[in-house]
Design a binder for this molecule. Structure first.
Ligand SMILES: *[C@@H]1O[C@H](CO)[C@@H](O)[C@H](O)[C@H]1NC(C)=O
Ligand SMILES: *[C@@H]1O[C@H](CO)[C@@H](O)[C@H](O)[C@H]1NC(C)=O
Length: 253
């Protein structure tokens, strides 16, 4: 009995540890802003002087250093006016562009010692509209680092689009086509983007240009829920094992 319980407990502990190491992942629309958090912060810094952010663009060219020891890198990028470091040493990016897609490492460095780096992925949603005669096609696409780990689809009034509209889905984008006369407003059409790493499901209302408008329905969903269940299971198991051990001892006595 003990053997099985302890095997199971080990598996549970390993799973929770692995899940906690998953990188952070953010998906925002072109033109929006985003705050990339830095985990494992060294506590004693005044102006994030132990903090360096390193960015690897999705085209995998050499990494750049947007933030060096708390300062926005001079040579970093043309985008340096869009960057700032928050009080908690997070990297704040405004007017996000497709060029910002990639991964970001937050290094914590103080003399010799430093905490583990934290990793954040940034993905960007772009929406376009095309018109062929009477037919309008909307395209919602997600730019990511590496393989697409997102799912993208169009919803009409919160449901799958109906038969009057053609949809197609492929890789990291989805399109929907309909007759121009069919709609006066496209605002009932939303692009649903699910980010597997973060577990977030976000809804983006169609707009060809960026807008501040956000309809993010954020489900800190599956993963968080599983983690909670696992934690509860851990606690229960530990209790059960303790009780069994105490009983076993009592019996022996
Ligand atoms: C890769 O991305 C960088 C940073 O945005 C850009 O300057 C460079 O031109 C890109 N290189 C290629 C080959 O696309
Ligand atoms: C939708 O946009 C993506 C990214 O720009 C592009 O690769 C794809 O070909 C577009 N799809 C259609 C059907 O226009």
């Amino acid at each position: 009995e003990f053997k099985w319980i302890s095997l199971f407990l080990t598996a549970v502990l390993q799973f929770t540890a692995a899940a906690e190491k998953l990188p952070l992942s953010f998906t925002v629309r072109v033109g929006d802003e985003v705050t990339l958090p830095c985990k494992n912060l060294i506590a004693s810094q005044q102006n994030c002087e132990y903090t360096t952010w390193v960015f690897t663009h999705s085209n995998n060219t050499a990494a750049v250093v947007p933030v060096l020891l708390g300062q926005i890198g001079e040579d970093a990028l043309s985008k340096s006016d869009r960057l700032s470091v928050t009080e908690t040493c997070s990297l704040f990016i405004k007017k996000v562009t497709v060029e910002d897609v990639g991964y970001y490492f937050c290094h914590q460095y103080i003399s010799e010692e430093h905490g583990p780096d934290s990793l954040v992925y940034l993905s960007v949603v772009t929406m376009t509209e095309r018109k062929d005669a009477d037919e309008v096609t909307l395209n919602c696409s997600v730019s990511t680092y590496g393989e697409c780990e997102h799912t993208v689809k169009w919803l009409y009034e919160g449901k799958d689009v109906d038969k009057d509209m053609k949809t197609s889905q492929s890789g990291c984008y989805a399109t929907v086509s309909f007759l121009d006369s069919h709609f006066s407003s496209k605002s009932n059409l939303k692009c649903e983007v699910s980010d597997i790493f973060s577990g977030n499901v976000q809804l983006f209302t169609f707009s060809p240009q960026s807008s501040g408008e956000k309809t993010a329905r954020t489900d800190r969903s599956a993963l968080d829920y599983i983690m909670l269940v696992m934690r509860v299971a851990e606690l229960l198991l530990i209790t059960v094992i303790t009780v069994l051990l105490i009983r076993a001892r009592g019996a022996r006595r």
